[in-house]
Ligand binder design. Sequence first.
Ligand code: SF4
Length: 247
Amino acid sequence: MNVMREEDIVTGGSMSVEEATDRAARLMDQYGHLQGVSLIEPMVHEEFNGRITMTSSFGTEAAALLALVAEVDRDLPVIFLDTRKLFGETHTYREKLVDHLGLTNIKIMRPDEEKLEAEDPNGMLFASDVAKCCYLRKVEPLQRALEGYDAWLTGRKRFHGGERDALPVIEPAGSRIKINPLAGYKREDIEDIFEHRALPRHPLEAEGFLSIGCMPCTERVDPNTTDVRAGRWAGQDKTECGIHYII
Ligand code: SF4
């Protein structure tokens, strides 16, 4: 596995917000009826060749999008945000999945050490200010990682509910474009991808975790729940970490 260093990352985006908005609308007209590999293929090889990346949490469903991306391009850069609050099992699973799929370009991004020292010296910021903690540990590192890319693939799905209910397959995101190849997939479709490709499972799934993020902010849920993300920031007025508000 080739883990890129931050100094290797290309900098500089190429679109203005207006250009990204117009381009997203044009892409929706042309490709908005597609999903899965049929959508990933032209995005990676035609529309954004060399200017597209993907993000992955290496959580319970992550293998589905990673497997489809690997079928198109095993060398596509995959951004993984190591918040330093993740379960050890997520790191183990990432290594296993990367080997299994033959992915070659994983960009592990970590929080800025100086900012962490200044803002979260005892590592307990999550208990008092989740928004700030997510910003330091996820949003800011992702902003750095996205420099030099015009588009990114995400694994979000409408069936996750909340703000994802009306998720389009292609959307403008500030000066970039987000592609959501699994937006219309149901839970059964994700299961099919796992079964047909014999993908390994996140080890914590069998222990009752349906959606997995940082340790302090992830809980077990009823396996029959329809709210897959119920265990994330449970009991708090928060459903998203903020990375999807990046512009
Ligand atoms: S999910 Fe929790 S621990 Fe992780 S960055 Fe956000 S607030 Fe911090």
